[in-house]
Ligand binder design. Structure first.
Ligand code: NAD
Length: 433
């Protein structure tokens, strides 16, 4: 099939690569010229495990192309996917629809033949109707349908998740449109549940899922706090809980709070939609507030370890919002680093993939090191903020030698407490006394 994808970011790019790998002709469109220039030159614009190989293979075969021209990407497409950002509005925190509305308006005039316009972006309930109205207004005679096709991929696992989704949800208001999307996902038939629902249900499924996952994370974080006070061990508790199939094992790892480009914005957008519709979303509101507090409490935990040390230096390992990605959007690590800066300590940070993105946000407020041991040189405490596997394999004796004061605050529970303590560290982790 011929596919145009509007928005070549963390969703659009892996989706484009994946659909090309399945044999479709894909044109990825983005309004950012520098991004498209780099992609055309064979350079990836973001890091995802396994993406580079498939990107190279499919651009070489000619099945995957890049353009800044809406006309080029849309005019012969059977399916146009909209994968532009839906960031939180700075004041109301509702999902800001300006990119969606612009994309719908810009694509309208280039539709030819029957086309399904599918929204991959996470969008509020009723957006499908708005997109339909905008296209119809601009191009009254176009033959098209608008479908909701929410994306569930996890950053850091985008390629894996493209090929192994838990489910595919198609929100279509008629069978003709639904069948076109089913054809696109035919390679998954029989292996992955494909759920056809009405468009508004599909839009809701995405928000309801993300809000639930965020709630699960916050729940286990609160349980971790409880364990620290009572002598229980959060890992034993999480294991005991997770073996109950009604609860499930996933998302029961405590940490510094949820972040990233999705959970914070989607919980806020869901709460806003609740308020707009007069529905009490007290659970989600509490999760949002609790998660905000948690990030600051985590910064305080770190600064407490150096409060009596003059000219304290704090080493930070990890800036991305989670491992496997260079994405720092709403990263708890960035919030925590800002909290550390406020304490007056000098900070030196290292992240295996996210240094460039982090520097755009933190600029010269901190210093950056080329590796994890350099970041720790002369430090009075090491804070582990992202769960990169490299950190697990750290040489603790070498680390102790380079630090001024041997203290670790491990907010991802990466190290073995026994190993850290026997190497001579004062070691603090989450969820255990
Ligand atoms: P992103 O910011 O990485 O990418 C969006 C891209 O769209 C940018 O490159 C931007 O230049 C481009 N763009 C915006 N308007 C355009 C237009 N009119 N024409 C052409 N290009 C345009 O965003 P993302 O992380 O890929 O997220 C996209 C959507 O997918 C959001 O709604 C998000 O909530 C949702 N989502 C994201 C993830 C994730 O893990 N990142 C997962 C599931 C769903």
């Amino acid at each position: 099939m011929k596919i145009g994808i509007i928005g070549t970011g963390y969703v659009g790019l892996p989706t484009g690569v994946g659909l090309a790998e399945l044999g479709n002709d894909v044109v990825c469109i983005d309004r950012e010229h520098s991004k498209i220039d780099r992609l055309k030159a064979g350079q990836l614009t973001l890091f995802e495990e396994g993406l580079a190989e498939l990107f190279a293979k499919n651009t070489a075969s000619g099945r995957l192309k890049f353009t800044t021209s809406m006309k080029e990407g849309v005019e012969s497409a059977d399916v146009v996917l909209i994968a532009v950002g839906t960031p939180p509005h700075p004041v109301t925190k509702e999902a800001d629809m300006k990119y969606i509305h612009a994309a719908a308006t810009e694509l309208a005039e280039y539709l030819t033949g029957y086309t399904v316009v599918a929204t991959k972006s996470t969008v509020p309930v009723g957006t499908g109707d708005d997109v339909e109205t905008l296209i119809r207004k601009k191009n009254p005679t176009a033959d098209f349908d608008v479908v909701s096709l929410p994306e569930f991929l996890r950053e850091g696992f985008a390629v894996h998740d493209f090929f192994h989704p838990d489910r595919i949800v198609i929100g279509a208001n008629n069978e003709r449109a639904c069948n076109v999307i089913k054809k696109l996902y035919q390679p998954f038939e029989g292996e992955v549940p494909i759920l056809c629902v009405n468009r508004r249900s599909s839009e809701t499924i995405k928000y309801a899922s993300n809000a639930f996952l965020a709630m699960k994370i916050h729940y286990i974080n609160e349980m971790a706090d409880f364990c620290e006070k009572t002598g229980a061990d959060i890992y034993e508790v999480a294991k005991g809980m997770g073996l109950d199939q009604r609860i499930g094992k996933a998302f029961l790892r405590p940490g510094p709070g949820f972040g990233g480009s999705c959970f914070p914005k989607d919980t806020n957008a869901m709460a806003y939609m609740g308020r707009q519709n007069g529905v009490n979303m007290s659970l989600i509101e509490a999760v949002i507030a609790g998660n905000e507090q948690r990030k600051m409490q985590m910064a305080e935990r770190i600064t407490a370890t150096v409060k009596d040390i003059p000219n304290a230096k704090i080493a930070v390992w990890g800036l991305a919002f989670k491992n496997g990605t260079d994405d720092c959007r709403e990263s708890p690590a960035i919030y925590i680093v800002n909290g550390l800066i406020d304490s007056g300590a000098a900070i030196c940070a290292y992240d295996p993939k996210a240094m460039e993105n982090a520097q755009h946000i933190l600029s010269d407020k901190i210093s950056y090191a080329p590796d994890m041991y350099k970041a720790a040189e002369g430090a009075d405490v090491l804070a582990i903020l992202t769960e990169w596997e490299d950190f697990k394999a750290a040489d603790l004796l070498r680390l102790k030698q380079v630090m001024r004061t041997p203290q670790i605050v491990d907010l991802r529970n990466m190290l073995s407490p026994e190993d850290a303590e026997s190497a001579g560290f004062a070691y603090h982790r989450i969820g255990r006394k």
